[in-house]
Structure formats: C-alpha cells, structure tokens
Design a protein. Structure first.
Length: 265
C-alpha cells in the first residue's frame, strides 16, 4: 500500500496511512522511512509556514528513529534525507541553528558511499550559513563538476568575496554577467562586482556597474547605496545623502544607508 502510493507521488496518503501503521508498530523501520520522506516532500510543497514546520519536524523525528535500526545499505540514503530535512528546517526557522546538523548528516551520507547530485551544493550552502568560507568554496567547486549553473557560480563568487579573494570572485561574476539570461542573477552579480570594485577603490568601474543596474531597476536599494558611497568618496555629500535617502525609501531597514545618514546628520 505505502510503496504503491509512493510510486504515485501521493505523499499525503503515505503520510496519513503511515500514522495508522505506526500506532500498531511504533518502530517499524520501513514505515518510519516512508513517513519521514513523505513529510519532507509535503513540507517543501506547502505554502503555509506553520504547516511546513510541523511536517519538517515530523520528518526529522521519523528519520532519526529510522536510523537507529537502519540496515547498512539504506543508512546513507536516510542520512542524506535527514541532512536535507535539517537544511530545509534551517531555511524556514526564525532561528537558523540547524546548518551544522545538515552538514553532519550530509557528510555521513557521503561517508556511507551514498551519491546524489545535490549533496555538494547543499553542503556548500550549509557551510556558507555557518561562516565556513573555504569549506563552502570547496563544496561548491565539487558541485560545479556535477552541474554548472549561474546560481552556483554566484554562490562561489560570494564566498570568494568573503574570503577577500577578489580576483577569483570577479572571474565568476564576469561569467554570469556575460552569459546569463536571468536578470535577477545578473543584477546580483553586478551589485557584488560593484562592491568589490569599491573595496579596490576602482570608483569608475563600480559606478558603471551600479548605473547599469539602475537603468534596468531604478528600485535597487543596494545600487543606490553604492552610488552614495561613490559620491561620498568624491566629496559630494549632497548627492551621497540623496542616494542614501533613495535607498531607505526602497528598503527602510537598509543598515548601511541608516548608518551613513546618521553619520552625516
């Protein structure tokens, strides 16, 4: 029954039926796995926040129980799903304290010999959330060998920027800007490139990037903020404050603009 509904992608029926079966045998390993997997997919498919949290909590609970008596051949897959469940829990929780658990279980999945195309990317994202920049770069670089995407290139560039390896970051950003058809990713890449150029005191280059962004999206708070920094460097505080006020009209809690407005009152 469960396997048939699973093959039909009927996760709700798998979830509901497994509850009945677990009332009879609370530690039935196979049923726990089905319920844990079904709960995960229900969590990621719902748009209701509290329901998603309830499902992901149940997924983690069932998968942790299933691990206690898991056979060696299934342990890696359960570790993998548990790692993904913790990653998703981290993304929807008010307090992001679960990236370390995601890393732990995804790493164990790899150690068990389990292979999945997205393990390295999930590890890269989790390391990034933990502030483990070099580990994140290594994981993202491994992910590139499996599947290259512009979003992944941007993630790597962000980590290289955090590590102050600007030359490497710019190489990835140039690739995205030259070839991507995703305007959102291109604007994010130009914003990061502009910020890197600001740090390098290449103000003309930074201004070019921010102006291109604003031509396409006048409501880019970060581009207006960057323009304000350029005018500040040029000694034109009137224009600088004007740009920071535009930033705050778009994003009222922009920390950089708030700090600058306070500074030049």
């Amino acid at each position: 029954m469960l396997s048939d509904k699973w093959k039909e992608y009927d996760y709700q029926t798998v979830f509901d039926t497994s509850a009945v079966l677990l009332e009879r045998k609370p530690f039935n390993n196979a049923v726990l796995v089905y319920r844990g997997y079904a709960a995960f997919y229900l969590a990621v498919s719902t748009t209701e926040s509290q329901q998603a949290q309830d499902y992901i909590e149940e997924s983690i609970h069932c998968l942790r129980l299933a691990l206690l008596k898991a056979k060696k051949k299934t342990q890696g897959q359960i570790e993998y799903m548990l790692g993904k469940a913790y990653f998703y829990k981290n993304s929807i929780s008010s307090y992001h304290y679960f990236a370390d658990a995601a890393v732990e279980h995804l790493t164990k999945a790899k150690e068990c010999g389990y292979q999945a195309d997205d393990i390295a990317e999930y590890l890269g994202l989790s390391y990034a959330q933990l502030g483990m920049t070099m580990e994140s770069i290594a994981a993202f670089s491994e992910a590139l060998l499996v599947r290259e995407s512009d979003a992944l290139l941007l993630s790597i560039a962000e980590q290289y920027s955090k590590a102050e390896q600007n030359a490497a970051a710019k190489q990835y950003l140039f690739q995205i800007i030259q070839r991507s058809n995703d305007d959102s990713l291109v604007n994010k890449s130009r914003t990061l490139l502009g910020n890197i150029l600001l740090k390098e005191k290449n103000f003309d280059g930074a201004q070019k990037e921010f102006e291109v962004i604003l031509q396409k999206n006048e409501n880019s708070a970060d581009a207006h903020y960057g323009m304000g920094l350029i005018y500040e460097n040029q000694g034109d505080l009137v224009k600088a404050r004007s740009e920071w006020r535009k930033t705050l009209r778009i994003q009222v809690n922009h920390s950089g603009a708030l700090e600058k407005i306070q500074q030049y009152r």
